[in-house]
Design a protein around this ligand. Structure first.
Ligand code: CUA
Length: 162
């Protein structure tokens, strides 16, 4: 079989690009310690409201910082408003009572998926005082666009500028 010179060049270029892109992904992941989620903990969405791990929804201050327990359901985050400390680690523990929801804290790198049956956990430190919008970034039904919440980092919730 005869392969034209230009065809061979294009094929070679395709292989080179694949190798380069793969290399970039491997190097960037190693440099930024990007990993797939490793926290696997299950919870039965049918009994989540009676589950002791989600009995105390909202923010609890701890000696290190704070922890947040939150349940998402169509079309709200419960609770929708979280007042957390600034400059200290805040650990979020969350799940969904119905369908898959997103949990993105706009302006931070917190962006997680809340999957019924699983507990999503991550820790984040809010570097400065202020209000952060929480949005559901996973289409979850007709009320999806109205599903949002708020993080108030280190502030008086009702004095904050609107
Ligand atoms: Cu919840 Cu979209």
């Amino acid at each position: 079989m005869k392969i034209d010179l230009y065809e061979r060049i294009w094929m070679g270029l395709g292989v080179v690009l694949i190798v380069v892109f793969l290399g970039i992904m491997i190097v960037m992941n190693a440099a930024h310690a990007i990993q797939p989620p490793s926290h696997i903990e299950t919870v039965d969405p049918k009994t989540i409201w009676d589950d002791p791990r989600f009995a105390d929804l909202g923010v609890t201050l701890t000696p290190e910082g704070a922890k947040v327990e939150l349940v998402a359901q169509m079309y709200a985050f419960l609770p929708a408003e979280l007042e957390v400390p600034v400059g200290k680690p805040v650990t979020f523990r969350m799940s969904s009572a119905d369908v898959v929801h997103g949990f993105e804290i706009v302006g931070t790198n917190a962006n997680a998926t809340l999957i019924p049956g699983y507990v999503t956990e991550f820790t984040i430190t809010f570097p400065r005082k202020g209000e952060y919008l929480i949005v559901c970034n996973e289409f979850c039904g007709i009320g999806h666009h109205g599903m949002f919440g708020k993080v108030i980092a280190g502030g008086e919730p009702h004095e904050a500028s609107e």
